[in-house]
Design a protein around this ligand. Structure first.
Ligand code: DGL
Length: 268
């Protein structure tokens, strides 16, 4: 059976894991959350690349057949280095997200939100422009969305939440975008309030769902998968003590994580 490795800076990648398991319930997965080094979104490309390579080597040692880089920041800055270093296919979330956005837009005015690292890298902007050269891309970092999602502050009726979301999204509204890419692992948790603030004319693109679809395309036609009626093996690893990851993770995953083990990155 194919084993899918998936890593993120921490708990956020569980939104990608969730989408993956919804699409491929029989998949065997090994998830690594680098909780000792989170956040990645505020760090330099060089540091995130170094962390990402280490995470990938841990997963490689687990015998994975495919690596999914769930972290948007790592996908934005570390994909070429990961592809060069690993003997297995490496899939990031930026390309699938950009593809879905280009499919969804009719006006060509596309918004992208993500961490400072993701937006600063220009990766989504470049991927969108490569697919649709006449696209007008409006990109904006929304750093406070990550702690809001982790704290579970997602209630659209909460005036603090609404105020933060409105303030970040106002420039995107002013640009009359018709499609918005949720370019961060945490943003699907805030989808309800983001949709409400942006209004029904704006289509939200969830990179997690698109990535799951791409993995299904890669593996779905092979006979490397269990039938959907069988549940795959799921392993969860973190680089710091598991308690906080489990608490927030059950919510992000939308179910019980089960056992979560701490791993040391020493030697990788
Ligand atoms: N996982 C990160 C991302 O999708 C968000 C959290 C962080 O900054 O590490 O970009």
């Amino acid at each position: 059976m194919a084993r899918i490795g998936i890593f993120d800076s921490g708990v956020g990648g569980l939104t990608v894991q969730r989408a993956l398991l919804e699409a491929l319930p029989g998949a065997d997965t090994v998830y690594l959350g680098d909780t000792a080094r989170v956040p990645y979104g505020t760090k330099s490309a060089a540091t995130v690349t170094q962390y990402s390579l280490r995470n990938a080597r841990v997963l490689e040692a687990c015998g994975i057949d495919l690596l999914v880089v769930a972290c948007n920041t790592a996908s934005a800055v570390a994909l070429p280095a990961l592809r060069q270093a690993l003997p297995v296919p490496v899939l990031g979330v930026v390309e699938p997200g950009a593809r879905a956005a280009v499919r969804a837009t009719s006006s060509g005015r596309i918004g992208v939100i993500g961490t400072a690292g993701t937006i600063g890298s220009g990766a989504y902007q470049a991927a969108l422009k490569a697919l649709r050269p006449d696209a007008v891309v409006v990109a904006r970092a929304c750093p406070l969305f990550v702690p809001l999602a982790e704290e579970g502050w997602t209630d659209p009726d909460d005036e603090v939440v609404r105020g933060v979301v409105r303030r970040y999204l106002a420039p995107l509204q002013a640009e009359r975008i018709d499609t918005l890419v949720l370019g961060c692992t945490h943003y699907p948790i805030l989808k309800g309030i983001i949709a409400e603030v942006m209004g029904t004319d704006v289509m939200l693109v969830d990179s997690a769902e698109e990535t799951a679809r791409t993995v299904t395309e890669i593996l779905g036609s092979s006979n490397l998968l269990r039938p959907a009626s069988e549940k795959g093996n799921r392993h969860y690893f973190v680089t710091d003590v598991p308690a906080g990851f489990i608490r927030v993770g059950n919510r992000f995953l939308g179910g019980k994580l089960g056992d979560v083990h701490q791993v040391s990155l020493e030697g990788y």
